[in-house]
Design a binder for this molecule. Structure first.
Ligand code: GAL
Length: 695
């Protein structure tokens, strides 16, 4: 396994996008490269969907055009992230191997004509992937322009065909050992689902009524593992051909929940992420922070790579957010602040036709004389000035957070497939709400894998992690015993990994640690929140909580639970375990988490909440730290403290004004000294606005 041995350190921050020269005549390539240089491009992502052009007939490769692309880019100082094109097999492949087309849960076999029309477990598909990956690696694996391998694109196409059924059974045999154990785990005495031979065990195909939830979640786990095996096969092919370039595959947020990212991260040399916004403005900023913090955490503290984002719009699948002027820059720098080794995007040149002709592109149909292209040029130059930021700290973590939020795909899958007394409880929403609150308070946040060593943190939050394994329970206990503050949200720890509900009162797996016993669930209608003490309101869910050893922090004040505890606190060892039996939103959640932060001694990045609309992030470098001040607001802020703004070259000591919409990246003169900086609204400081500091 190619466990990351050294952090991904390309020597500079990468900037560039998906590049498809095969869609254009040769003369356009020269213009592309000229304009790429003008935009400070370091990298082009090539080959993502080029299979039918690279291998027009089985085993017949046409590399001449790609040879020329490599050489042209290389001559111009632009590196290549080379994708294996396996997300889109060519028509000849699908015609020759109809059994390798994906089958829906209802048995419909898809036909060729879009992309991602493959079955991840079809033998012919696996062989064809290894063949094209090998051929590419033999040809380009040692090319000096090669910066990284981008294996496949956004793994996540599920299939329910017979190949998959066979592979699923193998995976289940491995997991459970015997059919008996499988029947027990799946609770198959219910609804006459007991299987008497392995052949009767199926993927959760379309059926008459509700699926077996344990079967459904196991299928998600299996699908992730099967696709991970495909990644390994390609990685081994590339390595066997002698290429040592770092290997990655692009994860996808927000709605793509097909992979268990922690195990995937361990198989790559660098974690990369595609991130598309569903909102701009403040929630877009919070979402960028969320994605950046997740990717960094999956990468073990970073560094990682932002592989795709849209420079402007995403006219697809309901993702219709269009970035406002300046947001491409500020958002890119926000990812970088969170450990990204660059800000790559989709796409360089908008195609004239095809279903992504209207997708945002740095070079859109209007050409290079556009506001966006000028913004891209200035962003490229800014990233160039930040080259030293790309040198990671020796000890790995690029951001030191004291708060961790537990994250696992199991949490998402379990809530999706479990039939609960309320449909309003969704995992990604619960996690994002917590992150949004902490981020809004200026607090640095990591995500942690259940079972991880949590000693680096003062506060750990577990939003709606329905299933918890033994290791996860143990690590939470140890964290609290050792003095940590734990916050457990409702719908956490009800079940073990087989989704069997732990009896004796909820949340069974954490009942003792939390010092509570829940004996009744009271889901709430969307339009009927419940009043809580202190003016807060609980949404979607409420519970009858019997405090054992716990004391009450918030009380239900309306509804059938009025007078009973809504939130509790229990001491355990040197720490505290909080339970929140309902969902808080917005300012209520902000207040609740601010209290927990205060209790844990967690402070905002510079010890003070930044002015509204301003993000302050500290990224650790090899020799010193960098303070990113991202002013998303319209009014200026003043930064003081010894350092230099790498973007403008100005010193910050006497005070540096960062205009509304602008960014400063300060190099700390010396790491480790007491926090030397302050960031305040400029109008709080008399005279701060003169002289103006143009950029
Ligand atoms: C990504 C994908 C790209 C492009 C983009 C459009 O998910 O990797 O190829 O389709 O979406 O937003």
């Amino acid at each position: 396994m190619s466990q990351r041995s050294a952090p991904f350190a390309p020597g500079r921050l990468l900037f560039g996008g998906d590049y498809n020269p095969e869609q254009w005549p040769r003369e356009v390539w020269d213009e592309d490269v000229r304009l790429m240089r003008a935009a400070g491009t370091t990298t082009a992502t090539v080959g993502v969907f080029s299979w039918s052009v690279l291998e027009p007939r089985p085993g017949e490769f046409t590399f001449d055009w790609l040879d020329e692309v490599f050489d042209l880019l290389h001559r111009n100082g632009i590196g290549v992230v080379l994708a294996t094109p396996t997300a889109s097999p060519p028509p000849w492949f699908s015609s020759a191997h109809p059994d390798a087309l994906p089958v829906e849960a209802d048995g419909t076999r898809k036909v060729h004509g879009s992309r991602d029309t493959y079955c991840h477990s079809a033998p012919a598909y696996r062989a064809a992937c290894v063949r094209i990956a090998t051929a590419l690696a033999e040809r380009y694996g040692r090319h000096p322009a090669l910066q990284a391998w981008h294996l496949h694109n956004e793994y996540g196409t599920l299939c329910w065909c017979d190949h998959v059924a066979a592979a699923f059974r193998d995976w289940l045999r491995e997991r459970y050992g015997t059919l008996e154990a499988l029947n027990d785990a799946w609770w198959t005495a219910f609804w006459s689902q007991r299987c008497s031979t392995w052949e009767e065990v199926l993927p959760p195909r379309a059926t008459q009524y509700l699926h077996n939830p344990t079967q459904a979640v196991d299928f998600r786990r299996f699908s992730s593992d099967a696709m991970l095996e495909r990644l390994r096969e390609q990685r081994e092919a590339v390595r066997a051909a002698g290429s040592t370039a770092p290997v990655t595959t692009n994860f996808m947020l927000p709605t793509w929940n097909h992979l268990e990212q922690w195990s995937w991260a361990a198989e790559q040399d660098v974690v990369s992420l595609d991130h598309y916004l569903d909102d701009t403005g403040p929630d877009g900023e919070a979402f960028v922070a969320y994605a950046g913090d997740l990717a960094r955490s999956w990468a073990g503290g970073g560094p990682w790579l932002l592989m795709e984002q849209s420079p402007t719009s995403v006219p697809l699948r309901g993702r219709r957010a269009t970035r406002r002027p300046g947001e491409f820059t500020r958002h890119s720098l926000s990812y970088v602040a969170r450990g990204a080794q660059g800000a790559m995007y989709f796409q360089w040149r908008a195609p004239s036709a095809g279903s992504e002709a209207w997708h945002g592109a740095v070079l859109d149909h209007a050409g290079a004389d556009t506001r966006l292209f000028r913004e891209a040029c200035s962003l490229g130059a800014a990233l160039g000035r930040l080259a030293e930021v790309a040198e990671p700290p020796a000890e790995g973590r690029t951001v030191l957070a004291e708060v961790a939020v537990l994250w696992h795909a199991d949490g998402w899958w379990a809530l999706e497939h479990q039939v609960l007394p309320s449909d309003a409880m969704t995992y990604p929403e619960a996690v994002r709400d917590v992150h949004r609150s902490l981020h809004g308070a200026g607090i640095a946040v990591d995500f942690a894998r259940p079972g991880a060593d949590l000693r680096a943190y003062r506060l750990v939050v577990v939003p709606s992690m329905y299933v918890l394994g033994d290791a996860a329970v143990r690590s939470l206990q140890e964290f609290v015993e050792a003095g940590g503050v734990l916050v457990v949200g409702c719908l956490t720890g009800y079940a073990a990994e087989d989704l069997h509900v732990v009896g004796g009162g909820y949340p069974g797996r954490l009942r003792d640690l939390l010092g509570v016993r829940v004996d009744e669930l009271h889901p709430l209608a969307e339009e009927e929140p419940v009043a809580l003490s202190g003016g807060s309101r609980g949404h979607a869910w409420s519970e009858h909580v019997e405090p054992g050893g716990a004391e009450t922090v918030l009380t239900y004040e309306s509804g059938s639970l009025a007078g009973g505890p809504a939130a509790t606190r229990a001491r355990s060892g040197a720490g505290t375990a909080h339970y929140l039996s309902t969902r808080l939103r917005g300012p209520d959640l902000d207040r609740y988490l601010a209290d927990r932060c205060a209790e844990a001694g967690v402070e905002p990045v510079l010890g003070r909440r930044p002015p509204a609309g301003v993000e302050v992030v500290r990224r650790r470098g090899a020799r010193t730290d960098y303070l990113f001040v991202l002013n998303h607001a319209a009014t200026p802020v003043l930064v003081t403290g010894p350092g230099e703004d790498l973007l403008s070259g100005r010193a910050s000591g006497a005070g540096l004004t960062v205009a509304g919409g602008d960014v400063a990246v300060l190099r700390q003169a010396q790491r480790g000294a007491a926090d030397p900086w302050t960031v305040v609204a400029a109008d709080e400081v008399p005279g701060a606005l003169s002289p103006a500091t143009p950029r």
